[in-house]
Design a protein around this ligand. Structure first.
Ligand code: ADP
Ligand code: MG
Length: 535
């Protein structure tokens, strides 16, 4: 958008109010330029893509020119089809919500002509019609063209494609030569230019090219995933990237809720943002995100619009965006202010074509990578830890600890062993028992994950939604009581009366033993190995 308000275009008070009611916040580029040009009285040829608001671009200045006290026909808009004529006249009526005494009428084939004739007799100032029916009324002298001040050819390319050229020429020839003539179209052809040379005087050309989108120079990666493996892939990316702030984009509100629920269940600090939230709730979520309480924001495109947040380390497109522009907006959330950022996109099956379109449109490269395996994550964690270690050594102030090491050495313990043991303590509790759920590169393993990993067992818990427990309560309790890392816990299916929790087979005994006599949310739990595997 070009951030031009309708006020700045000199639009009159009643139309401004109507435009606000219509929900337009600012003028589209074609509107900004066309309104300005048309007001100078010049003929205009306006070209811009479908959906860019061409109707109001000519509609607003056209309606401003109508003299409400003059009951004669002052403007004619030609449209290719009956649907478009109705659509344009509806948009005009909305624009006229606070302007009385201006009458607009659509006329098109298929509607009884008598009714149109009766309506025309009531003093219509603006007619929006298809060329055929307009000609019909001209022949019957039920449309008088002598007082026309402005003529508009809307969707001119389509009208010419439909063979209306002769009709258009006849109609325009009947209107006063001093009229102002406007032509709007999504494309410009030689035919349109020929027509304009005959009927437009020194027209101003307004051409809005599809905005060149500046794509931030950030690393863009995509993963070929299955719908069912998205959550696991998401967790792994977050684990390996270890971002301070990440935004996950989903295409629908429901998806946002689902992803937030699952991430929370897995122990991540995630919050969702979508259109159903009240302003107060939104503010709360944003505050938590800004002060770092929440590390992962899951949002829809609309909810994220206008959010002013810097310092986002990574953006993850949980779903491929429907629109190329969305992609650019989404990934633009990271890599701001010269910082490096990364964008990850999950791509399922045929969505690869959509991704190719995005690459073509944005002229960037999105490279494929394989989903990190658990050993990649382990390696990344080790590397992070060693980096931290080096920094601490560089910073010094270690005398106190050196003394402890010295006393150990005096007891004949080798420094190498001391260091190794410390590393073990620091690194093992997080990934000591890690089990790879699936490896995207290994067909067999992916398949077995999708069919529920054979390494996983289902546990039945005798508490459920009715006890006010949430997935994360299970993760917390199992991880806490049994000393196993929360992220090896698999899917958690909450039902009203009971809950199924997947845990790695080799930990089943530990979990059952660890949870013996334990309470979750004050409820004593009873656990059994579930009999049937859910598919
Ligand atoms: P075009 O003729 O260029 O294909 P339309 O005039 O039919 O586009 O407008 C497409 C849609 O955009 C309509 O629903 C219209 O109400 C809406 N629209 C037009 N101008 C604006 C604006 N400034 N802000 C938001 N929406 C707009
Ligand atoms: Mg249009």
């Amino acid at each position: 958008m070009n951030n031009i308000k309708f006020e700045e275009l000199g639009v009159s008070e009643p139309i401004l109010r109507a435009v606000t009611d219509m929900g337009f916040e600012e003028a589209t580029p074609i509107q900004a330029q066309a309104i300005t040009a048309i007001k100078t009285g010049r003929d205009v040829i306006g070209q811009s893509q479908t959906g860019t608001g061409k109707t109001a671009a000519f509609g607003i200045p056209c309606l401003e020119m109508i003299d409400p006290d003059d009951k004669k026909l002052q403007a004619i808009i030609l449209c290719p089809t009956r649907e478009l004529a109705i659509q344009v006249s509806e948009e005009f009526r909305k624009l006229l919500k606070y302007k009385e005494n201006i009458k607009v009428l659509p006329i098109y084939g298929g509607q009884p002509i008598d009714r149109q004739i009766m309506a025309l007799k009531k003093g219509i100032q603006v007619v929006i019609g298809t060329p055929g029916r307009v000609m019909d009324h001209m022949r019957r002298h039920t449309l008088k063209m002598k007082n026309i001040k402005i003529a508009v050819l809307d969707e001119a390319d389509e009208m010419l494609d439909m063979g209306f050229r002769d009709d258009i020429e006849t109609i325009l020839t009947e209107t006063p030569i001093e009229r102002q003539t406007l032509m709007f179209s999504a494309t410009l052809s030689k035919e349109i230019l020929d027509l304009s040379r005959r009927f437009l005087r020194d027209p101003e050309f307004i051409k809005i090219v599809r905005k060149e989108l500046t794509v931030p120079s950030i690393e863009q990666i995509y993963y070929d995933v299955k719908e069912k493996t998205k959550i696991e892939a998401l967790s792994r990316i977050i684990d390996i990237q270890n971002p301070n702030l990440a935004i996950v984009f989903c295409n629908t509100k429901k998806r946002v809720d689902d992803v937030v629920e699952t991430l929370q269940g897995r122990g991540y600090f995630a919050e969702g943002l979508h259109g159903d939230l009240k302003q107060v709730q939104r503010d709360k979520v944003m505050q938590k995100f800004r002060n770092g309480t929440t590390e992962i924001l899951v949002a829809t495109d609309v909810a994220a619009r206008g959010l002013d947040i810097d310092d986002v380390d990574i953006v993850i497109n949980f779903d491929v965006p429907q629109d190329e522009e969305y992609y650019v907006h989404r990934i633009g959330r990271t890599g701001r202010a010269g910082k490096t950022g990364k964008a990850f996109t999950f791509c399922v099956g045929k969505e690869i074509y959509k991704l190719r379109d995005i690459q073509r449109y944005t002229k960037t490269k999105i490279v494929q990578q394989r989903i990190p395996t658990l050993s990649d994550i382990e390696e990344a964690k080790t590397n992070n830890f060693i980096e931290k270690l080096k920094t601490v050594i560089e910073e010094g102030h270690l005398t106190k600890y050196v003394n402890i090491v010295e006393s150990l050495v005096e007891q004949d313990i080798a420094t190498m062993d001391i260091a190794a043991a410390l590393l073990k303590i620091n690194l093992s509790d997080e990934n000591g028992d890690s089990i790879d759920f699936f490896d995207e590169n290994d067909e067999e393993s992916t398949k077995s994950y999708l069919e529920r990993d054979e390494n996983m067992a289902r546990l039945f818990f005798n508490i459920g939604k009715k006890d006010n427990v949430r997935a994360k309560d299970f993760v917390g309790a199992i991880a806490g009581e049994c000393g196993i890392p929360g992220k090896v816990i698999g899917s958690i299916d909450l039902f009203n009366e009971y809950t199924f929790v997947d845990v790695p087979k080799e930990l089943v005994k530990d979990v059952i033993k660890g949870m013996k006599d334990c309470k979750i949310k004050g409820k004593k739990v009873n656990i059994e190995i579930a009999k049937k595997h859910k598919k």
